[in-house]
Design a protein around this ligand. Structure first.
Ligand code: NAP
Length: 350
């Protein structure tokens, strides 16, 4: 049982990110005082929505410079906080030039640095870490013989050269649990979203969520979608899960935060139903062999296609519903509202 003082400030790392921006907004709407870390508080673009929130909730949102790879970077901003929500970590999909530098180091070293600061700052009682379903499983083929992945499952198959992002999230989460186990002042709760979709408060995020939705505009699926299912969850439900995990005294352990599974084709259907026919929305699934042949062009490996195309993907989200009180929005709603946001932001024609 960990009771967090609702009047104490709460630290959100990576506050300008797609997911974190909603966490910050809901915390403010709930009356909390928020410290958000960003890499460059002076940057001209990408922080407009946070400045607007700061103005709307006068005196309750401050921005603090912090860099994941800099030891001690988060300590000052954390002073006096009882709750730390650590979301900052790069989410890059497809071909990443230098996975060690771009993904693994910021995830792992960043978690070490943030938690070293937590160890130094005596006021912190709880850390909520944004992990992912990709720390639960490695490749979809691991579903064979299972009804659904649960919080008891761990990704044991991703490596620095196969499913690099999944590897970065897995090693970062493992490290967090190890560091937490070495002390008894603060506890740890981890949130495991599927692919997060839904309206963005920021237009500059490079999150894999945006990259995935871009496939429905760039014609890459026009010749057929891969027969792949994705766990889909709304960004607003993910934000609410982080906050519930922070302020529910009994919250503990890992929470799968996923609404439902949708295939790429089902996402295309949901988009067509709302926005009508567009040639960039897939109409059918392409044979696995074809997807495998074209994999390198799409920035994928043939091994990835072999192990992930053609299998169902299911997650048991019942712990999150029961213990964190999240009533997940249907995936199609998130998909449609995400695309609408892209239209509203002028990224796609209306
Ligand atoms: P995002 O919009 O790209 O946000 C990532 C945040 O991390 C940004 O604020 C970014 O800061 C910050 N960051 C990256 N490298 C950093 C560094 N070296 N130092 C300091 N900050 C750094 O992506 P997101 O989708 O919101 O992801 C947020 C978290 O959710 C990540 O932990 C991700 O793994 C997790 N997650 C996301 C999904 C999803 O589908 N989106 C699913 C499961 C889990 P800048 O703004 O300065 O770049």
């Amino acid at each position: 049982m960990t009771n967090i003082d609702p009047t104490a400030p709460v630290l959100v790392t990576g506050g300008s990110g797609y997911v974190a921006s909603w966490v910050v907004r809901y915390l403010l709407e709930d009356g909390k005082t928020v410290r958000a870390t960003v890499r460059d508080p002076k940057k001209k673009s990408g922080l407009e929505h946070l400045h607007a929130l700061a103005e709307e909730h006068a005196g309750r949102l401050t921005l603090h410079r912090a860099e994941l790879l800099e030891p001690g970077s988060f300590t000052d901003a954390m002073a006096g906080c009882e709750l730390v929500i650590h979301t900052a970590s790069p989410f890059l999909l497809g071909k990443v030039k230098n996975p060690q530098k771009q993904l693994i180091a910021p995830a792992l070293e960043g978690t070490r640095n943030v938690l070293a600061s937590v160890n130094e700052v005596g006021s912190v009682k709880r850390v909520v870490l944004t992990s992912s379903v990709v720390a639960i499983y490695g490749d979809t083929i691991e579903m064979v013989g299972k009804d659904a992945f649960t919080e008891d499952d761990w990704n044991t198959t991703s490596t620095p050269t196969h499913q690099e992002y999944s590897y970065s999230k897995t090693v970062a989460e493992r490290e967090a649990w190890d560091i937490q186990a070495d002390q008894d002042r603060w506890d740890l709760v981890t949130i495991h979203p599927g692919l997060v979709l839904g309206p963005a408060l920021t237009t500059v995020s490079k999150s894999g969520s945006m990259a995935t939705m871009n496939h429905f505009t760039d014609f890459s699926l026009a010749g057929g979608a891969p027969a792949m299912e994705l766990g889909v969850v709304d960004v607003r439900d993910v934000a609410r899960a982080h906050i519930a995990a922070g302020y529910t005294p009994e919250a503990h352990g890992r929470y799968i935060t996923n609404a439902e599974s949708m295939s790429m084709l089902q996402i295309g259907h949901a988009l067509r139903e709302k926005f009508g026919y567009r040639p960039s929305f897939p109409l059918f699934e392409a044979p696995k062999l074809l997807i495998k042949l074209g994999a390198p062009v799409a920035g994928l490996t043939r091994k990835y296609v072999e192990l992930n195309v053609g299998y169902p993907l299911r997650f048991d989200n019942s712990r999150t519903v029961r213990e964190l009180g999240i009533n997940f929005r249907p995936g199609a709603e998130s998909v449609v509202e995400h695309f609408q946001q892209m239209i509203d932001d002028g990224m796609v024609r209306g």
